[in-house]
Design a protein around this ligand. Structure first.
Ligand code: ATP
Ligand code: MG
Length: 332
C-alpha cells in the first residue's frame, strides 16, 4: 500500500539576495527533502512587506530568488515552488488564526523586539503578527516538517501553539504540530563574517556572503573576516566561525590540517582565510553562474511559479474547506 508522503513547507522572504545562511539553514535541506517528501517551498513576498515595501524591488527579487533556488539544486518538477501571494487561502487562515494569537505573546517575540529596536518608526501590525502569518503558511498545507535555520526556532514553537489552540477550541485533531527540521542534529546558524549577528539578506551586507557575489568580492569579504591572534588553547568564537564555514564548503583534509595547526599554536589566519576564500569561490561560483543563466528565461521562471501556485492552492483550499466547517462557516 502506498503511504502518504509527509508534508514539508518552508519560505524565504523576498528582501534581497540569497546568502550562505539561507543555503545551509534552509535550501540545502530543501534539496535533500525533495525526493522523500511532499514539498511546498515559497518566496515570502507578503512577509517582505513588513520591512521592505518598495514596489520597484519586489518582482525582481521574487524572480531572482526562484532562479537562485533552482540554481542551488531545487527541482521544480519535484516540488511546488511559488509566491506566497499566489495563495490567497494563506491570508484567510492568517485572519482566522489572528483570533487565537495574543497581543502579549506576540510582543514578547525576540525577533519582533529586534525589529522594533532597529526600526522604531515602522512598528506595523504586520510585523507584530508575523508569526501568525508564518503559522498560516505552514498550517495551510497541514505540514509536519519545516526546514529552517536556528533563527526560526521560536516562530515554529508559536506555530505549534496556534495549531494546538485551534484544535482545542474547535474540538478536532486537525492541525499537526509542525517541527523545525534539519538533516543532522541541530538547526544551523551561519554567523556573519564580522561575528556580529547572523548572515542576513537585509542587514550586515559586507559581512554576509551572497550566492550572487563575484569571485573578487567573495575574496575581499573573507579576507576581512574577523579572526584572532590566538592559537592553541580554547578556540575563540571568531575562529570557530571560520572553521564552521570551512567545514561546510572545504575539504575535510584541509580543515583537519588547519585544526592541527591551531592546536599546535602555529596557525596563520591569513593562510586559513586565503584557503577559505578559494573554497567559497569554488562553492558559490557555479550557483551564481547558473542563476544568471536562468534569469535570462523569464518565461521559464514564470512557468515554474504558476505550476507551483496551482499545486499549493489545491492543497490550501482543501484545508480551508475543513477549517471553515470546523469554525461553523457552513451556511449553504
Ligand atoms: P531578512 O534579513 O530579510 O530577514 P534572512 O536572511 O533572515 O533575511 P529569511 O528570509 O528571514 O532570511 O529566512 C529564510 C530562511 O533562511 C529561514 O529558514 C531562516 O532560518 C534561514 N536563515 C536566514 N539566515 C540564516 C543564517 N544566518 N543561518 C542559517 N539559516 C538562516
Ligand atoms: Mg530573517
Amino acid at each position: 500500500m502506498a503511504t502518504e508522503k509527509e508534508i514539508v513547507v518552508s519560505g524565504i522572504r523576498s528582501t534581497g539576495f540569497l546568502h550562505l545562511g539561507n543555503y545551509f539553514g534552509a535550501i540545502r535541506n530543501y534539496v535533500r527533502m525533495q525526493d522523500e517528501f511532499n514539498c511546498y517551498f515559497f518566496i515570502a513576498d507578503w512577509h517582505s512587506l513588513t520591512t521592505h515595501p518598495d514596489p520597484k524591488d519586489l518582482a525582481g527579487n521574487v524572480l531572482r530568488m526562484v532562479a537562485e533556488n533552482v540554481a542551488a539544486g531545487l527541482d521544480p518538477e519535484k516540488v511546488a515552488l511559488f509566491a506566497q501571494s499566489d495563495v490567497p487561502e494563506i491570508a484567510e487562515l492568517y485572519m482566522l488564526l489572528n483570533t487565537l494569537a495574543y497581543k502579549g505573546e506576540l510582543e514578547k517575540v525576540p525577533t519582533f523586539k529586534e525589529k522594533v529596536r532597529l526600526n522604531p518608526d515602522n512598528v506595523n501590525a504586520g510585523l507584530l503578527t508575523y508569526p501568525v502569518l508564518m503559522a498560516s503558511d505552514i498550517l495551510v498545507h497541514r505540514a509536519t516538517k519545516v526546514p529552517v535555520g536556528k533563527d526560526q526556532e521560536q516562530h515554529l514553537e508559536m506555530a505549534r501553539n496556534f495549531a494546538h489552540r485551534f484544535n482545542t477550541r474547535y474540538g478536532a485533531d486537525f492541525f499537526p504540530g509542525p517541527q523545525a527540521f534539519n538533516y543532522g542534529d541541530n538547526l544551523v546558524r551561519i554567523p556573519s563574517l564580522d561575528g556580529a549577528g547572523k548572515m542576513s539578506k537585509s542587514e550586515n551586507q559586507m559581512a554576509t556572503l551572497y550566492l550572487a557575489d563575484d569571485d573578487d568580492l567573495i575574496r575581499k569579504k573573507v579576507m576581512k573576516a574577523k579572526s584572532d591572534s590566538a592559537a592553541g588553547g580554547e578556540m575563540p568564537e571568531s575562529v570557530a566561525n571560520l572553521f564552521q564555514l570551512m567545514s561546510l564548503v572545504g575539504h575535510a583534509a584541509t580543515v583537519a590540517k588547519f585544526r592541527e595547526d591551531f592546536n599546535a599554536g602555529t596557525i596563520r589566519y591569513g593562510d586559513m582565510k586565503k584557503q577559505l576564500a578559494e573554497d567559497m569561490v569554488a562553492f558559490i561560483g557555479p550557483i551564481r553562474e547558473k542563476t544568471l543563466e536562468l534569469q535570462k528565461d523569464k518565461v521559464y521562471l514564470n512557468k515554474i511559479m504558476r505550476a507551483g501556485a496551482e499545486k499549493a492552492r489545491a492543497s490550501a483550499s482543501a484545508t480551508l474547506v475543513e477549517v471553515r466547517k470546523l469554525i461553523g462557516i457552513n451556511y449553504y
